[in-house]
Design a protein around this ligand. Structure first.
Ligand SMILES: NC(=O)c1ccc[n+]([C@@H]2O[C@H](COP(=O)([O-])OP(=O)(O)OC[C@H]3O[C@@H](n4cnc5c(N)ncnc54)[C@H](OP(=O)(O)O)[C@@H]3O)[C@@H](O)[C@H]2O)c1
Length: 276
């Protein structure tokens, strides 16, 4: 039942909350000096680009990877190029104990976590009638369980610290039935994490912000393949896939004080794919 006008007129203790003490200069708002960020799926693709963006803005970065050992070299290069601290951690996000242990390792190495980007994912493009239950479970274990485990254990740290910022990489496929390849389980995993992130924005309102990025096709290992590349060019209003350098600004915005009044938002960055 909604509240009456009289109920609504009653002031609530502690409100309005204070405006955060952030810079007024917009370029200063984008700075991440002294912040510590964790990025999952950081060896390549969108995650690597996000790790670079944060380091370029002054943050120390923990690069989480699963199988791609290139993360170790990338971590060293990013630290040298930007004069910040980095470390690479091998973590299978579908294994809750690995996630939990490595959050503690990040705290041991960096002392805190300001920003956590739950970006790791896998894309299995199969119709459900052709998909084995084992493959279905694998898809769910990375895209859904992986995000839930990262959020749960990073969220515990945020709650204890009294601050934090979670960014989830979802997909436009959580909004649309992506065409032309049938991939219902992948699409549904992304719908899950988008809604999950919005729910966390409320649950964690006293200590952390949570936002979601929903990319369209980006030219990475998970981008368009031979079977759909022509349709991707046709569907995207900009007529191409995104380059990973084109997501850096959005993740930096969400990670920084420039977005201090944003939580629970889901930002589509897709070259206009979902417009029609
Ligand atoms: N590219 C696109 O068109 C597009 C569109 C919408 C959404 N996305 C989303 O963007 C995110 C990043 O994908 P991307 O395009 O950058 O492709 P990518 O380069 O293939 O990145 C996927 C990353 O996920 C990691 N990963 C996979 N399974 C994992 C596991 N069990 N534990 C930990 N990490 C695991 C991989 O790590 P290793 O390589 O170390 O195994 C890899 O770094 C994904 O969540 C994807 O769904 C991509």
């Amino acid at each position: 039942m909604s509240m009456s006008v009289e109920d609504c007129a009653r002031s609530r203790q502690g409100f309005p909350r204070p405006v955060p003490d952030t810079p007024t200069n917009v370029l200063q708002q984008f700075q991440l000096q002294g912040k510590v960020a964790v990025v999952t799926g950081a060896a390549d693709g969108i995650g690597l680009s996000v790790a670079e963006a944060f380091a370029e803005a002054g943050a120390h970065v923990a690069l989480w990877y699963n199988s791609n050992e290139a993360a170790v070299e990338q971590s060293v290069r990013i630290a040298e190029e930007n004069g910040i601290k980095t470390a690479a951690f091998k973590v299978d996000v579908s294994d809750s104990s690995q996630v939990q242990k490595n959050i503690i390792k990040v705290l041991d190495t960096f002392g805190k976590i300001d920003i956590f980007v739950a970006n790791a994912g896998m894309g299995i493009s199969e119709p459900i009638l052709e998909q084995s239950l084992e493959v279905y479970r694998k898809q769910m274990s990375v895209n859904v369980d992986g995000v839930v485990f990262c959020a749960k254990f990073a969220g515990q740290v945020f709650q204890k610290q009294g601050f934090g910022n979670l960014i989830i990489t979802s997909s436009m496929s959580g909004h649309i039935v992506n065409v032309p390849v049938d991939q219902p389980v992948y699409n549904a995993t992304k719908a899950f994490v988008t809604h999950f992130g919005k729910c966390l924005a409320r649950e964690w309102r006293e200590f952390a912000r949570v936002n979601i990025v929903s990319p369209g096709f980006f030219d990475t290992k998970m981008g368009a393949g031979d079977s759909n590349i022509n349709e991707v060019y046709r569907m995207s209003a900009l007529g191409r896939q995104g380059h990973v350098k084109e997501v850096k600004g959005l993740y930096l915005f969400l990670a920084s004080d420039a977005s201090s009044y944003m939580t629970g938002s889901d930002v589509i960055i897709d070259g206009g794919y979902v417009l029609p």
